[in-house]
Design a binder for this molecule. Structure first.
Ligand code: CP
Ligand code: NVA
Length: 335
């Protein structure tokens, strides 16, 4: 998505969140039921979205199912044990069939080439719900969360706003965003997104021979000119220097379970802690993001459950951003 499209999705997410809350948390607004004009749009009415998931999911799946329902439609979960795909039937034939019965595909796959295969043959729009290289819907939730908490990153010079001041999206000043850990799908979407919004990204990963950015991902980073705002090295302390936000992800992504012992060894010293960020010279008010699911290996309890952590608002925002994407892409067909 372009900067303009991402901005539109985020503004629409904030809007859908505002209009949906009174329906879902009625006790928080006892005297002001939503007016009919402020209800969520029913753009998925009569429509079914196929959730083609070959890997586990809590947030992405629940976001998809609950937001499709709010938009008046149906999301149908198709796990790898449920359908013929990969056992008795090809991706090409599967998406042809889904295209005749459903109006959108939200797909979580293993190798990124698998989603490219779906896109190549699908007659209906496909959204990536996670692949080996990318996790694009995660960065939308992260950005919405940062905008919503922009007051924590004061001062906010009015001229630095990257959003439309009339939208429901609070403006955000340019931030320094550090990532400590593995070069995962989540980091890759940070790399191709944050620099385009004026934010700097500082990354620390261990072992130059093992945990670096895959070449096709780095090619895309360079193609977008994002590399100019990225610092990358092996030292986590150096990475968090000046950071307003510190981010990490699991050291063992889904499918890498056999490498667990080696990875735990290689990532020693990369756990996000108060001490690490203090020694590295992070902004004293730094905040923490994590896509979840989380292990103590990559971030200790003090940070994860402490006041710096925005991980749970971030998790909830998966829903509002996915709802906006479903509305725009599968409902309105105009993003
Ligand atoms: N962050 C995220 O994608 O979580 P799930 O794997 O639970 O969907
Ligand atoms: N990098 C993780 C993200 C999980 C949401 C994985 O791919 O398993």
């Amino acid at each position: 998505l372009s900067v303009a499209q991402i901005t539109r999705v985020l503004a629409h997410s904030a809007h859908l969140k505002r209009v949906s809350y009174p329906l879902l948390r009625p006790t928080s607004t006892p005297n002001s039921p939503p007016s009919p004009s402020s209800l969520p749009p029913q753009t998925l009415s009569h429509k079914t979205i196929a959730l083609l998931f070959s890997k586990r999911s809590t947030r992405t799946r629940v976001s998809a199912e609950t937001s499709a329902a709010l938009l008046g439609g149906n999301a149908m979960f198709l796990g790898k044990e449920d359908i013929q795909l990969g056992v008795n039937e090809s991706a090409r034939d599967t998406v042809q069939v889904l295209g005749g019965m459903c109006q959108g595909i939200f797909a979580r796959v293993g190798e990124h080439s698998e989603i490219e295969e779906l896109v190549k043959y699908s007659p209906i729009p496909v959204i990536n719900a996670l692949s080996s290289y990318w996790h694009p819907t995660q960065i939308l939730a992260d950005m919405l969360t940062l905008h919503e908490h922009s007051n924590l990153f004061a001062p906010t010079p009015p001229s630095s706003s990257s959003s439309n001041s009339e939208s429901e999206l609070p403006p955000l000043r340019p931030l320094t965003i550090a990532y400590v850990g593995d070069s995962t799908n989540v980091l890759h979407d940070m790399l191709v997104t944050y620099p385009r919004f004026g934010h700097s990204v500082r990354v620390a990963t261990p072992r130059a021979d093992a945990y670096q950015c895959p070449a096709p991902v780095w090619d895309r980073v360079q193609e977008l000119g994002c590399d100019k705002k990225i610092w990358w090295g092996p030292d986590p302390r150096e990475a968090v220097h000046g950071a307003d936000v510190v981010v990490t992800d699991t050291w063992i992504s889904m499918g890498q379970e056999a490498e667990k012992a080696q990875r735990l060894k290689d990532f020693q010293g990369y756990q996000v802690t108060e001490a690490l960020c203090k020694e590295g010279g992070a902004n004293p008010d730094w905040k923490f993001l994590h896509c979840l699911p989380r292990k103590q290996d990559e971030v200790d309890d003090e940070v994860f459950y402490g006041p710096r952590s925005l991980a749970f608002p971030e998790a909830e925002n998966r829903k509002w951003t996915i709802m906006a994407l479903f509305d725009l892409m599968f409902g309105q067909w105009k993003i």
